[in-house]
Design a protein around this ligand. Structure first.
Ligand code: PMP
Length: 293
């Protein structure tokens, strides 16, 4: 396997040389944005959708990305090629760049662009079949009026506080509510529930990232003929659901078998979740940008 090389502002450098300034505002303040993208069999899955979200996040926080959309796509392709990856995960980071100790972004003359590509191992096939155990946590989603969860910003402390509560409960992913008590999402995954054949997911205004996997599942439901409703729901609805699953770039479509001690459905991945995962996996090396000729 090739030695890992990292894209850093137009250069390809080794892991040892991939260093960021202590004055970088991404480091000092979480001022920046990022994407997590999967490569499946040499295909950058949903590349366009990820780049659209990146450039939208940049616009929202008035961050000038120094690469055009086409140049960014090329940088992703080249980074994957140089790392000789066919399957893996890409972390694309655009930070406000180095400035002074004040928080003013006007003091940061140029954004920094970093692309890290590497292999990924997350859940076992048994986990997809058996489902995860999850819990709800007391940490609430930050309100969209303060920092909109649609912005995939480097400021992930809200999510990290959820992850800490998940760790304390001994589970891999937890359920976060919004300030009104509606189910929002996981620490880094969107959530779906299924009741009597209808698939539900919270609308993003409740306080969720517009997940690319979430959008793919919504499209698949339409294609496969499952009724889908984007509407707010509560923990009660989760407890009494027939099926529950999380979606995310890394997690794909992972069933939940237990929430706060309540067994969900049969206590394993249910039939619709299993069907959606199978259909999802059929699209992952087709829909996107090809890295190799
Ligand atoms: N919510 C949050 C907070 C996330 O960080 C992510 C990304 N892992 C998701 C949802 C899922 O989004 P996507 O399907 O685009 O990976």
């Amino acid at each position: 396997m090739a030695e890992q090389v990292i894209y850093l502002n137009g250069d390809y450098v080794t892991k040892e040389d991939a260093k960021v300034s202590v004055f970088d505002h991404g480091f000092l303040y979480g001022d920046g944005i990022f994407e997590g993208i999967r490569i499946y069999n040499g295909n950058i899955f949903k590349c366009k959708e990820h780049l659209n979200r990146l450039y939208d996040s940049a616009k929202s926080i008035m961050l000038n990305i120094p690469l055009s959309y086409g140049e960014m796509e090329q940088a992703l392709v080249e980074t994957i090629r140089r790392n000789e990856l066919r399957d893996g995960y890409i972390r694309l980071v655009v930070s406000r760049g180095p400035g002074n100790l004040g928080l003013d972004p006007l003091r940061c003359p140029a954004a920094w662009v970093i692309i890290i590509a590497e292999q990924l191992a997350i859940y076992s096939e048994e986990a997809y079949r058996d489902g995860l155990v999850s819990v709800s946590v007391s940490q609430r989603r930050n309100i969209p009026d303060a920092l909109n969860p649609k912005i995939k910003s480097l400021n992930y402390l809200n999510n990290i506080l959820v992850k800490i509560q998940a760790n304390l409960a001994g589970v891999g992913e937890a359920i976060m509510l919004n300030a009104q008590g509606y189910v929002a999402e996981g620490s880094s995954d969107n959530i779906f529930i299924i009741k009597r054949g209808v698939v539900y997911t919270p609308p993003c205004y409740v306080g969720a990232l517009e997940g690319i996997t979430r959008a793919t599942i919504i499209e698949l439901c339409a294609k496969l003929g499952y009724a889908l409703k984007e509407e707010p729901f509560t923990l009660h609805d989760v407890y009494v659901a027939d099926e529950v699953f999380f979606t995310g770039t890394a997690a794909e479509v992972i069933a939940v078998r237990e929430v706060d001690g309540r067994t969900i459905g049969e206590g394993k991945a249910g039939p619709i979740t299993t069907h959606l995962l199978a259909e999802f996996r059929k699209t992952v090396d087709v829909d996107g940008v090809k890295v190799y000729e």
